[in-house]
Design a binder for this molecule. Structure first.
Ligand code: M6R
Length: 364
């Protein structure tokens, strides 16, 4: 049941510290604290290219994984949504790895994309929440998310546990390929082990996000901006808002604003800017200032140094914990969920069962 929570979605948002921790524990060696994968039927050091395919929120998890795998494991990654990929007739390299991400394990387009990749001689690895599912069965190997049943149609804990698994996979691949130093590996795994505790800190901003949701609930349109791994989180934030509050929202790479979408900005379009204080912070900050200079009302999500630097330039701020940049997408996803959730509650929509949507999309 929903327990003390008003909706399954809120319950599932609050379960995240626990289920991220459970998922991590499946990969962390108790004695050494090292992140390891179960034995896989292929050699991850020898993979020429990874092709990541998924739908919806799972696709955005895959997009974060692309940044991680490229940056940390130095492996070329190709990424597409399943409904396009399955018909593209993309050539795939000999011995390549095709990676499918699905909460349900039953999404038809993702399944058909898997079958295509199999015919192309790829190794098939899936990140799945429902272990007894068709996609799990047809894969050569499965890495499970331990999110437990997700009832809310809007995916929340499935997403952050997918990110957790993908982070472990990227780290293991980086080590196998000799792409990172022992020091870098130790720093990232320490940061990952800290995520459940930091997720609790992020959930403490719930009330602040509920107050800010009143601003969003009055808008007809909203823009979400981010760079690097914050870009897929911006896309995910916009999807969450659309699907449960029915407010039109778009996620954009912050650097792409000036190529068109900046024309939309006025004081009626709230801008949700995701800007962890990482290597791209200054670049995102200058895009935020461009938007603010055109009358845009910006809600900045950053850590203490970032908020300090931008406080005078933006309308609202939320100060998230300072973490290793590698793990920031996992944590920044949570305020995206809460903002959408509270906006939907204010608007009185059916949060757990939004109109026109099904939990599992088994039709084309
Ligand atoms: O079960 P799957 O992960 O394959 O589902 C993929 C999408 O249908 C799903 O993530 C959808 O986008 C959610 N409603 C997002 O909240």
């Amino acid at each position: 049941g929903k327990g003390e929570h008003r909706h399954f979605m809120l319950k599932e948002i609050y379960e995240q510290p626990q289920v991220i921790g459970d998922t991590l524990n499946a990969f962390v060696q108790a004695t050494t604290g090292r992140i390891t994968l179960p034995d896989l039927p292929f050699d991850i050091a020898a993979i020429p290219r990874v092709t990541v395919v998924a739908c919806g929120t799972a696709f955005y998890a895959g997009m974060v994984a692309k940044y991680w795998l490229e940056q940390v494991a130095r492996v070329p990654v190709e990424l597409d949504i399943a409904s396009e990929f399955r018909y593209r007739e993309a050539p795939m390299p000999e011995g390549g790895l095709a990676l499918f991400i699905s909460q349900s394990g039953e999404t038809l387009d993702t399944l058909e994309a898997l079958r295509y990749a199999k015919r192309q001689g790829q190794h098939i690895l899936s990140v799945i929440n429902v272990g007894e599912s068709t996609i799990a069965r047809e894969s050569h190997a499965v890495l499970g998310t331990l999110a437990g049943p997700e009832i809310g149609v809007a995916s929340t804990k499935a997403f952050t546990t997918q990110l957790t698994v993908l982070a472990c996979f990227a780290l293991a691949m980086a080590r196998a390929r000799g792409a990172i130093t022992a020091e870098q590996e130790a720093a990232i795994s320490a940061a990952l082990r800290e995520v459940p505790a930091r997720a609790v800190d992020v959930l403490n901003h719930d009330e602040r996000l509920r107050v800010l949701a009143h601003e969003v609930s009055e808008a007809r349109d909203a823009l979400y901006l981010g760079r690097g791994t914050s870009y897929p989180i911006a896309l995910e934030g916009a999807l969450k808002l659309k699907e449960i509050s029915y407010i039109h929202a778009e996620g954009y790479a912050a650097g792409e604003m000036k190529h068109g979408p900046i024309a939309l900005i006025d004081e009626d379009v709230p801008i949700i800017a995701l800007a962890p204080n990482d290597a791209l912070f200054e670049k995102t900050a200058s895009n935020i200032m461009e938007a603010a200079a055109r009358g845009g009302k910006v809600l900045l999500l950053s850590d203490a140094p970032g908020v300090e630097r931008m406080r005078d330039k933006v309308r609202w701020t939320v100060t998230l914990p300072t973490v290793h940049p590698f793990v920031s997408p996992i944590l920044y996803a949570i305020p995206m969920q809460l903002l959408a959730y509270h906006t939907a509650v204010i608007k009185g929509t059916d949060v757990d069962q939004p109109r026109n949507l099904a939990k599992s999309v088994t039709v084309e």
